[in-house]
Design a protein around this ligand. Sequence first.
Ligand SMILES: Cc1cc2nc3c(=O)[nH]c(=O)nc-3n(C[C@H](O)[C@H](O)[C@H](O)COP(=O)(O)OP(=O)(O)OC[C@H]3O[C@@H](n4cnc5c(N)ncnc54)[C@H](O)[C@@H]3O)c2cc1C
Length: 339
Amino acid sequence: MDKNAPKIAIVGAGVVGLTVADILQKDLNKANITVIADKFKEDTTSSVAAGIFCPGSSFRGATLEIAHRWIEDSWYYWQDILKTPEASTAGIMELSSYVFSKEDYGVTRNSFIENLVPIYRSVQGEELKICGPDWKYGSYFTTVKIGCDRYLPWVEKRFIAKGGKIVNGKIDSFTDTSLRQYDLVFNCTGLGAKYLCNDSNIFPMRGQVIRVKAPWLKTAFFGDYDTYIIPGLDGVATLGGVRQYDTYNLKVCKHDAAAILDQCSQMLPDLKKVEIVAHKVGLRPHRVPVRVEPELIGGLKVVHCYGHGGNGVMSAPGTALNAVKIGYDFLKTNVKNKI
Ligand SMILES: Cc1cc2nc3c(=O)[nH]c(=O)nc-3n(C[C@H](O)[C@H](O)[C@H](O)COP(=O)(O)OP(=O)(O)OC[C@H]3O[C@@H](n4cnc5c(N)ncnc54)[C@H](O)[C@@H]3O)c2cc1C
């Protein structure tokens, strides 16, 4: 490691923090990079997500164009891993998907991906009856899914193997003395940024899912009212879901679980008799727009990259590339970089 290389810290070891770490390390092979976090792997929100690449319509950067660029950059980042023999170890898989609605044509369309993914088309006629008789609108597309149960350990291992350091700890403030040694800090703390940055624009959007054994399931299905059925590697599918605004409850709710099973088995009746592997709850870091910008805090150069809401797994690479570019420019600026 080059002693003159900048010392960089990334606060956060969810999908966003570790993807920033991975991109930085690829670019600056002699860099001195440390990831600091108080939760790792299965304890993060990232590990709760199904991780499907299907952006919600409210996903935003500072402009809509920026959001489109993040999504495009993310798509190619995942495609690059998908082409390698490492894809399955990294938790990346191709997936085809149906979106159906009984009520609204608009919810079956996705302007973020319709010109990006290899296949994107409307569904009509007999194909609309795959999940029962009453569906009026539908679309079909091919996409990818990123399973963080595999991606987080894979990317962390790659980071450590190339000389990256991991520190288990909580940061209470960007003026912490422990951060004084760094030339640049990335803030990838998800919902933690609400407290760390005193940011009143970020809210928890509670989600609950059920992991079930369904090795026969090869296609993802989305229905009205946040119903989704998403197969994964290992034959374990994710059933969802709920979207509860400003709710901090991390306990499994049996009523939510019953509603999820009911909604999903109305779409695919075979799900009534599946084995349940786990119930999971996570708080999506909801913020519009996602915050990717520099800030000088008490002389410390900080680049924020947080608030990805329900889209953080798929969009992590695009926002990370943007944050890293901002970080390089920030490093070159001639402002005092010590607290
Ligand atoms: C039910 C559900 C389903 C979802 N489905 C999808 C999906 O299909 N596709 C998709 O793209 N997204 C999905 N998401 C959204 C996705 O999970 C999030 O957007 C994403 O995980 C955010 O990643 P993150 O790295 O910002 O946050 P996190 O995973 O929460 O990681 C934050 C990290 O910061 C650390 N941290 C926070 N504060 C501090 C501090 N003060 N000091 C030190 N460390 C700190 C934590 O310890 C942790 O390591 C879903 C979410 C849920 C809940």
